[in-house]
Design a protein around this ligand. Structure first.
Ligand SMILES: Nc1ncnc2c1ncn2[C@@H]1O[C@H](COP(=O)(O)OP(=O)(O)OP(=O)(O)O)[C@@H](O)[C@H]1O
Ligand SMILES: C[C@H](N)[C@H](N)CCCCCC(=O)O
Ligand SMILES: [Mg+2]
Length: 216
């Protein structure tokens, strides 16, 4: 039975795809067959390399049994407009049933399935449906990615509030790639002094994936 990890974040451009690709590499190093799935992607155009393309290439390389999968399998719902799915979809209604079925087909081909959201936790998908609702629909454990830049404490606490309010368990990982010279004394002290459990990536990547493996 594969473990499913829903990868969300405090916002778009925070490193969900970057971290998912790193976790797939680490999972393979730990002898696990990784796979990735992105239910909905927006901003998909011929010019801009899409998340789905990067996730598919990594999956083909790290888990050859997935070689017949295409980007349409990995990203069932794709929209051109770079916006929240609620906006990008226009007057189309989002039907998640077939999307969940597709994820199950991919799940059968792996030991760990990383499911990437779009944007942050409260990005709207359709009437009354938000990214934060997906972990339950996909029966996945949640990983919340936060950036290391000034301003991220606020965004992390808001996202944690939303997850806790819905009783959603999660791991927090801070993606170290911005404000690196000041992170240790500007942002990190808050997490350390309040005892908020967190991983620092990439330093804790291996331990984080081992922890996910134990959830199987
Ligand atoms: N740790 C990192 N080191 C170097 N570059 C990074 C790192 N994390 C993210 N990036 C870069 O920052 C940009 C945004 O990252 P990424 O695409 O992973 O964000 P995202 O959260 O997946 O965005 P979206 O909401 O569009 O899916 C990308 O160009 C990515 O390569
Ligand atoms: C297009 C972008 N790369 C993401 N895929 C979608 C981000 C939606 C953000 C919506 C919002 O929070 O305002
Ligand atoms: Mg992404």
């Amino acid at each position: 039975m594969a473990i499913k990890i829903f990868v969300t974040a405090t916002n778009t451009n925070v490193g969900k795809t970057h971290t998912t690709l790193s976790m797939m590499e680490e999972a393979a190093r730990q002898g696990l067959r990784p796979a990735a799935f992105k239910p909905i992607e927006t901003g998909v155009t011929d010019e801009k390399p899409a998340d789905g393309t990067a996730l598919l290439k990594a999956m083909h390389r790290l888990n050859p049994v997935t070689e017949k999968l295409t980007t349409n399998d990995v990203v069932p719902l794709q929209f051109k407009l770079p916006a929240a799915p609620y906006v990008a979809k226009g007057d189309q209604t989002i039907v998640l049933g077939p999307v969940i079925e597709k994820s199950k087909q991919i799940e059968a081909l792996c030991d760990i399935l990383f499911i990437e959201g779009a944007g942050g936790v409260m990005v709207p998908i359709d009437e009354g449906l938000f990214m934060i609702d997906l972990p339950k629909l996909f029966d996945a454990h949640t990983l919340l990615i936060s950036p290391s830049r000034l301003g991220s404490i606020n965004d992390t606490l808001l996202s944690m509030e939303a997850l806790n309010h819905r009783g959603i368990g999660f791991d927090l990982a801070i993606n170290l790639f911005e404000d690196m010279e000041s992170f240790e004394y500007i942002t990190l002290p808050y997490y350390e002094r309040t005892g908020i459990s967190h991983s620092l990536l990439p330093r804790d990547l291996s331990a984080l994936v081992r922890r996910f493996n134990r959830l199987r």
